[in-house]
Design a protein around this ligand. Structure first.
Ligand SMILES: [Zn+2]
Length: 478
């Protein structure tokens, strides 16, 4: 239930208790030979981040409130650079921060982790702050596998980019298949995509993070940049989303064209997230040579390799693939479109990966401003008290149990079905020997009623319809 806040190799450099000079140290300091700076810090127990940021004496800190069912208490991690945000739920052993290597910003100390443990809630110095080592007695270090994963990146977020070419795709289904974000086309030049609204509503109803993109045409292809932006604005109407600039037209472009489209969008109040392009294009097809991409925001690169078919996670080349380190215009990509043949919701689609969490992607899209009308699952849970969350969890489990029936191991002896699975003993068994679920039982009952009606109709020389009508009529007076 509890793990060490640092990796193996750290040791206690200053324990909890009185120090020379009469000062009392209300925490435990961890350090290591060779320096602690930039080493990772882990949550000792699951919980909700209460603070992550500036704190007097620490430079910055992270604090976590632990619910009673994981042991309770409140932990404090000082002299760190936080990697989590207030309100975020973190798991046991999850990476939450790095040790700040800089005494100029860590409160003025040689780099180390200062860990405190408070008995119930955050408490001022006093008896409610207890020796963290009493909590950590026997606790393992975060295991090396988890450490390796944390040291690189966690699971990426997968996303799709869609236009009217994917008309009919269910982004709700895509979300169930693990797609977390959608970038939706408004326009190609002045051509207005007819599916912007429907894709956007579908994606946001599914809880995806969304942004828009505009395929930029060279004015030599027939439309001015302002006309293109006007068309994009008309498509968005009141559903304005942050904009990616799609830089790949065969006619070629100049850096001034990209600047102009960014300025036109921004003049209309649309945030520009960055540019989308592919390597040879950005390097060679933009007049004047490879421009710096930083001035346009983030970089979203397309590079397909073998472009295999398959599920997004199966064809993803990985978080440590060298494409992630290949800069374009002095900037490494934040989003990588690594294929155009991913199978999502039954469609072959462009597929993208982002090596970070939802909050980090939201910052790239929206610049740290919470987007309107996009409550997250976390927001919903945070609106509930702990007791309400527990009640919701129990209710959800209860409903699932009613629908699927109990697991065999939860049934009393004598009722356990050797065929396994879930189901209700009182509803009888299916042809494969497993107990019926509620739906099975209902469909069986329906079949029985039909057979009974057919039998009754045959016996009385009438029709099923006539029996039903008679039944309906006799019920009316009741
Ligand atoms: Zn300390």
């Amino acid at each position: 239930m509890t793990v060490m806040p640092v990796e193996a190799g750290f040791y206690v450099t200053s324990g909890f208790g009185p120090r020379e000079g009469g000062e009392f140290h209300y925490g435990t300091d961890f350090g290591r030979d060779g320096g602690s700076g930039n080493h990772l810090v882990f949550a000792i127990r699951p919980g909700t981040v209460q603070y992550a940021g500036q704190a007097a004496g620490f430079g910055e800190w992270v604090t976590i409130d632990h619910p009673a069912d994981v042991g309770g208490g409140y932990s404090v991690y000082g002299h760190v650079i936080p990697e989590v945000v207030a309100g975020q739920w973190v798991g046991e052993g999850q990476r939450i921060a790095r040790i700040n290597p800089n005494p100029a910003t860590n409160g003025g100390f040689p780099p180390h982790l200062h860990l405190e443990f408070h008995r119930f809630v955050w408490a001022p110095p006093g008896p409610d702050r207890i020796d963290p080592m009493s909590i950590l007695a026997g606790a393992p270090y975060p295991d090396s596998g988890a450490l390796a994963a944390a040291a690189s990146f966690g699971d990426p977020l997968f996303g799709v980019d869609v236009s009217e070419h994917q008309d009919g795709i269910s982004l709700q289904q895509a979300a169930r298949e693990g797609i977390s974000f959608a970038i939706i086309r408004t326009t190609d030049g002045t051509y207005r995509d007819r599916c912007y609204r429907s894709h956007l509503e579908d994606a946001e109803a599914a809880g995806m993070l969304t942004a828009a993109y505009h395929y930029l045409r060279n004015p030599s292809e027939g439309t001015s940049i302002q006309e293109q932006v006007n068309a994009s604005l008309a498509v968005m109407g009141d559903a304005i989303r942050p904009m990616w600039l799609d830089v790949e037209t065969e006619a070629g472009l100049s850096v001034e064209h990209v600047r102009a489209v960014k300025q036109c969008f921004e003049a209309a109040g649309v945030r520009v997230c960055g540019v989308y392009s592919y390597v040879p294009y950005w390097e060679r097809r933009i007049t004047g040579g490879e421009p710096d991409s930083n001035e346009f925001g983030a970089l979203w690169v397309a590079a397909y390799g073998q472009n295999p078919h398959g599920a997004p996670s199966l064809i993803y080349p990985g978080n440590s693939h060298p494409q992630w380190d290949y800069p374009l215009g002095n900037q490494k990509p934040q989003i990588w479109q690594y294929g155009s043949n991913a199978l999502v919701a039954g469609f072959a689609v462009d597929i993208n990966a982002f090596r970070g969490n939802r909050d980090e992607l939201r910052t790239i899209f929206y610049g740290g401003v919470t987007p309107p009308n996009q409550p997250t699952k976390e927001d919903f849970l945070m609106a509930l008290t702990d007791a309400e969350q527990r009640e919701l969890l129990h209710l959800t489990r209860d409903i699932a149990t009613q629908l699927q029936g109990p697991r065999q191991e939860d049934l009393p002896d004598g009722q356990k079905n050797p065929a396994g699975g879930r189901g209700w003993p009182q509803l009888g068994a299916t042809p494969t020997g497993q107990y019926h679920t509620l739906v099975d039982g209902l469909s069986e009952t329906q079949a029985d009623v039909k057979a009974l009606l057919a039998w009754a109709a045959a016996q009385s020389g009438t029709t099923i319809e006539a029996i039903k009508n008679h039944y309906a009529t006799t019920q009316e007076g009741k």
